[in-house]
Design a protein around this ligand. Structure first.
Ligand code: NAP
Length: 504
């Protein structure tokens, strides 16, 4: 069901909408049209983008059809020969100009991001800088897309390996990081010489469209970066074209595991390169030898950033008996001090959840945990601000069969479980079909190695609650995905190796 249908287009919303919409319209980077082949495209119908803090409509964005999506693919295909043969330095220069344009427009981009996504303004700025860091990293990487020469086993031949752009790429992105999840893919794809069609989430198309505007200002040619918008009802139609069109050679998706599996199946028909950054269910382990204060600090970062709506959010907090009481005590005090409110308000740490469906899921997880014996130490309810706001919450007595242990809660709710031994902690931590990020706090160097190696996760934070950076490979194992974004490995998703055997 689309968010439009979920909230309904009631009279109250239509009247309230005017002020929020007028504010948004005053921004020069606000676009309501899709961006195809270097042109803004209005489409026959529109869907409303809502401010998650108020439910007010802030924009009415074009709904693209299957034909519109095919036009975007055709544009990307037309743009490919010139873009892919441009010297790497020039592609890099264009990406650097995009980064400069983002920095010059950071205030407006951040306000747009907070308006459509809800996160506190400071976090919106952080997301923009994080996204830009990938553009910069890959602009630099573009110039180092080295091939290989291989010693030949035969006289009279030379063996070479070229690394070439895979071709037209497609990206489908989620609402929780509406700018950075695009920048991560865009940087790598464009740097190596691919062209791209992006489909942002229904909830957050505005940051994507603002990036397209800035890309145009940065001199990125028509057709190289296209943004196809639509609501949740349009997503399967647009997605099917991107998966099944043989002109698209690679699909990069960030989102839920369920949708990722569907896209992987759809891509089978044309044997596309598929990169999937899917859901996580991160364990956060605190051992007896940990620095408890540092562990609490790391837990606050890993759990409460973006109101808990991150794929790498600590979802299962496991604490060894010896430090359990001290950890829970300190964590409770920090959680109780978190300020909740609209992302534009000064000092707010926890903004709204993306929509009312997200809040209902969090309520269900808390109710399920309580029914199975968990106790509420802090929070536990819908916040007094109502609608999409939930109280930062600490639950104790959480156990492995609860929904909040088995699924991503995607909200500001921390659930804590005690454990006795290292072996038990590892068993509990690995008891998940997800394998994206894991965290642990310990000081014994032997334990640090054993646990780092024993965790079945793509990324492990040791004595830190924040792991992601453009320089390192981001991605999951098991059902959390395929492929990596960031680091020099990130270009592998967008390139093919070609072996050339040269007879002489
Ligand atoms: P989602 O429902 O899977 O949506 C992600 C994207 O897929 C959206 O653009 C969505 O469009 C689109 N989509 C939905 N159904 C589709 C279909 N049948 N065909 C083609 N596209 C379709 O996920 P979400 O709720 O937005 O995001 C939260 C999830 O993303 C969480 O599980 C989180 O862990 C994961 N995530 C993972 C990473 C990572 O790097 N591993 C990073 C961030 C988030 P509409 O929005 O228009 O429906």
């Amino acid at each position: 069901m689309s968010r439009r249908q979920f909230v309904g287009l009631g009279l109250r919303m239509r009247t309230d909408a005017r002020s929020a919409r007028q504010q948004a319209q005053a921004m020069s980077l606000l676009h309501e049209d899709a961006y195809i082949d270097g042109r803004w495209f209005s489409g026959a119908e529109r869907f409303e983008v809502l401010d998650p803090a108020t439910g007010e409509a802030v924009a009415a964005v074009a709904r693209c059809t299957a034909d519109d999506t095919r036009r975007a693919v055709a544009a990307a295909e037309r743009a490919l020969p010139a873009w892919s043969t441009l010297p790497a330095r020039e592609r890099a220069a264009a990406l650097h100009r995009l980064v400069e344009a983002m920095a010059a427009n950071e205030d407006e981009l951040a306000r747009l991001l907070t308006r459509e996504q809800g996160k506190p303004l400071a976090e919106a700025r952080g997301e923009l800088r994080y996204g830009a860091s990938f553009l910069t990293f890959f602009a630099e990487e573009a110039r180092r897309l080295y091939g290989e020469t291989i010693p030949s086993p035969r006289a009279g031949s030379r063996l070479l390996v070229l690394r070439q752009p895979i071709g037209v790429g497609a990206a489908i992105t989620p609402w929780n990081f509406p700018s950075a999840m695009i920048a991560r893919k865009l940087g790598a794809a464009l740097a190596v010489g691919c062209t791209l069609v992006v489909k942002p989430a229904e909830a957050t198309p505005l940051s994507a469209l603002a990036l397209a505007d800035l890309a145009e200002q940065a001199g990125i040619p028509a057709g190289v970066f296209n943004v196809v918008t639509g609501d949740a009802d349009d997503a399967p139609t647009i997605g099917r074209v991107l998966c099944e069109d043989p002109r698209v050679r690679a699909l990069s998706f960030t989102g839920s595991t369920e949708v990722g599996k569907l896209l992987l199946r759809q891509c089978a028909a044309t044997v596309k390169r598929v990169s999937l950054e899917l859901g996580g269910n991160a364990p956060f382990l605190v051992f007896d030898d940990a620095d408890v204060e540092a562990a609490v600090e790391g837990c606050m970062t890993a759990k409460f950033r973006n109101a808990g709506q991150t794929c790498v959010a600590a979802n299962r907090i496991l604490v060894q008996r010896g430090v359990y009481e001290a950890f829970v005590e300190q964590l409770g005090a920090r959680i109780a001090a978190l300020r909740v409110g609209p992302g534009f308000d000064e000092g707010v740490a926890i903004g709204p959840l993306i929509d009312e469906a997200a809040l209902l899921k969090v309520e269900e997880h808390v109710a399920d945990a309580r029914a199975r014996g968990a106790t509420v130490r802090v929070g536990g309810r819908r916040h007094a601000l109502g609608r999409t706001f939930f109280e930062p919450t600490l639950l104790e007595g959480v156990s492995p069969e609860m929904r909040m242990t088995r699924e991503e809660t995607f909200g500001p709710v921390a659930g804590v479980m005690p454990f006795e031994t290292e072996a038990e902690a590892l068993r509990m931590a690995n008891d998940s079909r997800a394998g994206l990020a894991a965290y642990f706090y310990a000081r014994d160097v032997g334990r640090v190695w054993r646990v780092s190696e024993g965790l079945e996760y793509g990324m492990v934070g040791v004595n830190t609650g924040l792991v992601s950076t453009a320089e390192a490979p981001f991605g999951g194992v098991k059902e959390s995905g395929l492929g990596r974004e960031g680091s020099h490995h990130g270009v592998e998703e967008w390139t093919e190796l070609k072996y050339v055997c040269l007879g002489m």
